[in-house]
Design a protein around this ligand. Structure first.
Ligand code: SF4
Length: 113
């Protein structure tokens, strides 16, 4: 890593309901292999992996505050929050996205698909 190259600090927020059945392997696999929505990162690390806290995403506001103290650069909305079709898409996704953006943190839609 070049001296002036900054490590990007990433956090992932995911669906609390889906977390009952998913330990998050696909999100970490995509990050570790720099695939799909992580493909553009060079030096990067995951500093947080948390659930929204349940509808309507009540935990996001205060956990993003905590992440900001640790220099978070970007929050990924997990792919399970964005699914459509057989699984219902999160009905609060727009509010959650805006809540994070208002704190000055970049948001990326998706993790592993
Ligand atoms: S707010 Fe969205 S992401 Fe959170 S539990 Fe409800 S449906 Fe899942």
């Amino acid at each position: 890593m070049k001296k002036d190259e900054k490590t990007t600090k990433i956090a992932i927020v995911r669906c609390d309901i889906v977390s009952e059945t998913c330990p998050g392997m696909a999100c970490f696999k995509a990050f570790n292999k720099r695939k799909v929505h992580f493909s553009d990162y060079g030096e990067a690390e995951i500093i947080g992996f948390f659930t929204c806290g349940g509808c309507p995403g009540r935990r996001v506001f205060r956990l993003v505050d905590s992440l900001l103290k640790h220099g978070v650069d970007v929050v990924h909305l997990s792919s399970c929050m964005l699914m459509e079709g057989g699984y219902p898409k999160c009905p609060h996704i727009d509010e959650i996205r805006q809540m994070i953006l208002k704190k000055g943190v970049k948001v990326v839609d998706g993790t592993h698909h």
